[in-house]
Design a protein around this ligand. Structure first.
Ligand code: PLP
Length: 394
């Protein structure tokens, strides 16, 4: 990275910078009080108190009780645990797991693994905006269904799923329901009881907290096997020494998000719509992927497709101007494969390749957006002139 170049970050869905207030809260737990919270000496008990007060704050936001919050190392771990942990309790022929085709790879690939282990994996369809077909899901849930796992909102397109309705279906049929709420957590109110969810995943590094800390909410009474066995931490459900600075950081990040939620949603939605409208009006042959303008969508997400150019070329050109965007979800970008989310929406692989994901956040300013939009317009025009795909010279 060129040192002197100002950077413009438009990839908040991949990860966020640690907020300085979060860093300040974490600092004492690295070298001053570094004790193991399982130790029963005074520093150990202080560390344990920091963990327990964090559990309480996170539980409060979710409408859960502290004993239902389990700290993990990542959302990938939490999602693996939710699926494999429930699968391990399966009895008889109750072996059907329902997911959507637009889940994050850590759910999709865990489901793939469970299929090899003899589970039946069923993908319930989504419409062209990425919304799960609730009626179809209702038909699919039967007495062989062990688990339903549907994400709260999509990381690529910002589609918000009808989680309350899905939760009601699962509750009525007595089926365990998991939601990956990584992209919604901290952006909007979430209440596990109103949503009827039994398991919920969230991750600290998506909300201005540190990487390497996440949670799995597990409703009291849910039968689930541990993924990690060892010293018996986290009520013997998730062994491993607790990451105290990370957990304290997650707590502080949650507190700030909850306090600033309304203000941030309003500010970011406004910028999101400004970006969407500008692209629609000024850049011909561009298409918004996912929910149409004005429909419910995460406040920070714009996913757009440009005819006649490759998303990767656009990403590189923007990068040379100091702008960071993504072609799809950060973890699958290097594979240069068409996004499974876009193809699930009925977009052809060829068209999907012309897509970029623009995600804004707490530190995005009007000025940043202005620079981004004028640079984007110039880049698209330049790349289209050079593109062999552009036989119409648009
Ligand atoms: N689920 C969703 C919806 C995500 O967006 C991500 C990260 O991009 C993950 C899971 C994985 O999160 P982590 O990086 O904490 O493993």
């Amino acid at each position: 990275m060129k040192k002197e170049q100002k950077r413009y970050y438009f990839d908040y869905a991949a990860t966020t910078p640690v907020d300085k207030r979060v860093l300040k809260a974490m600092k004492p737990y690295f070298s001053d009080n570094f004790a193991n919270p399982s130790s029963i000496h005074t520093p150990g008990m202080d560390a344990s108190e920091a963990v327990e007060s964090s559990r309480k704050i996170i539980a409060n936001y979710l409408g859960a009780t502290p004993s239902e919050i389990f700290f993990t190392s990542s959302a990938t771990e939490s999602n693996n645990w939710a699926l494999k942990g429930i699968a391990a309790t399966a009895k008889g022929d109750k072996k059907k797991i329902i997911i959507s085709p637009i889940e994050h790879h850590c759910v999709l690939n865990t489901a793939k693994y469970l299929k090899k282990m003899g589970f039946e994996i069923v993908e319930t369809p989504v419409d062209k905006e990425g919304i799960v077909d609730v009626e179809k899901l209702k038909e699919l849930v039967d007495d062989k269904t062990l688990l339903v796992s549907i994400m709260h909102s999509n990381n690529e397109m910002g589609t918000i799923e009808p989680i309350k309705e899905i939760g009601k279906i699962c509750d009525d049929k007595n089926v365990t329901f998991h939601t990956d709420a990584v992209q919604s957590y901290g952006k909007m109110p979430l209440n596990v009881n109103e949503m009827n969810v039994d398991l919920l995943t969230a991750s600290s590094h998506k909300i201005y907290g540190p990487k390497g800390t996440a949670i799995l909410y597990i409703r009291g009474g849910t039968q689930i096997e541990a993924l990690l066995h060892g010293g018996g931490q986290e009520s013997d459900k998730r062994s491993s020494t607790l990451n105290v600075p990370g957990i304290v950081g997650f707590r502080k990040a949650t507190e700030i998000c909850v306090k600033e939620m309304k203000k941030e949603w309003k500010k970011q939605s406004k910028l999101r719509d400004k970006i969407t409208k500008y692209i629609k009006e000024k850049i011909p042959n561009s298409h918004l992927n996912g929910p149409a303008l004005g429909k419910p969508r995460l406040c920070n997400n714009v996913n757009v497709r440009f005819d006649f150019i490759e998303g990767e070329s656009l990403l590189m050109d923007l990068d040379s101007h100091g702008i960071a965007v993504s072609t799809s979800s950060a973890c699958s970008s290097p594979k240069l494969e068409a996004s499974h989310v876009l193809t699930a929406l009925g977009i052809s692989k060829g068209d999907a390749h012309g897509t970029i994901r623009i995600t804004i956040g707490r530190f995005t300013s009007e000025k940043d957006v202005k620079y981004f939009l004028t640079t984007l317009e110039k880049s698209v025009t330049k790349l289209r002139v050079m593109s062999p795909l552009n036989t119409r010279n648009c």
